[in-house]
Design a protein around this ligand. Sequence first.
Ligand code: TYM
Length: 335
Amino acid sequence: MRVVSGIQPTGNLHLGNYLGAIKNWVKMQEEAECFFFLADLHAITVTNDPATLSANTREMAAALIASGIDPDKSTIFNQARVSGHTELAWMLFCSTPLGWLDRMTQFKEKSGKHKQRASMGLYSYPVLQAADVLIYQATHVPVGDDQKQHLELAREIASKFNHDTGQDVFTLPEAFINGPAARVMSLRDGTAKMSKSDPSDLSRINLSDSNDDISKKIKKARTDAELLPSEMEGLENRPEVRNLINIYAAIADEEPQTILSQYAGQGFGTFKPALIDLVITTLSPIRERFIALKSDEKMLDTILGNGARKAQNEAQKTVEFSYKALGLLRNKLYC
Ligand code: TYM
């Protein structure tokens, strides 16, 4: 089992990232060989400020370590330090039909009304994402539900490349999308995903939020005037309530039905304080570790540098195999 996944170093880690992806990464590092990276090359597909990007990359490394990713168990690095990601992406660009990229819903969402002004990087982003996982021969890719389409594309790209070259260059990776928090929704609108780019800070819980912030945001989270039902069917057409139950269940490592059975017939005056306690108990130790780690730039650079060396060794094997499969001549030094 080879596990690979990434996160963009844009701003803060939020509860959606933590419950949808990182909590699974922490579990998986106990049983598999894991590569986790900061997708800094993906972050430059939209407007970039260089100083902010460098600072965010180190901060996100601190956030992952604070969340439980152990650099002695997992390989942690930033994508830009491993040149093979972009080399392989070019080889994949050349065999990926444009029509496959035209289907990608995230490009449509992120490019908005002005598609002609969006960068080529934003359009071809899913191909770099395919290179990110194929380069390590990933078997499992733990992600939130919003990455499902990109992972399906990565499998198609891998199959086509293997077919076109007539060689088994790539392992076909499986998306690992797990549990009630695969899609954590905004606290203000149960039909929109919790996201770093939502203009309302009340819509998300950030890793850096104080206990008071967490309490305020959950108290203000949109709900309704009805009591909690005893069965999941009772949550139909109540997306905000379902979201809070899912968050509770994901943190408590329980099924949403178990949480409903516990709170059936109760109102939010009882449920919200319990959720606040649970979120604070989980996030506050992570926040404390994060604050302690994020100012130690030297230590973070050492971890990222060491991780990149390990990653580069693995990545290079696939890069050379791919060049060879395409008939591209290389210096012996690399092979
Ligand atoms: P990113 O940085 O947007 O998100 C990182 C991870 O967090 C998950 N996630 C969520 N899960 C549940 N609910 C939410 N509201 C929520 N918001 C985010 C994402 O699904 C993701 O798992 N393109 C990727 C980064 C990337 C990548 C890769 C991931 C680049 N290369 C290769 C996997 C494999 C992204 O922008 O994730």
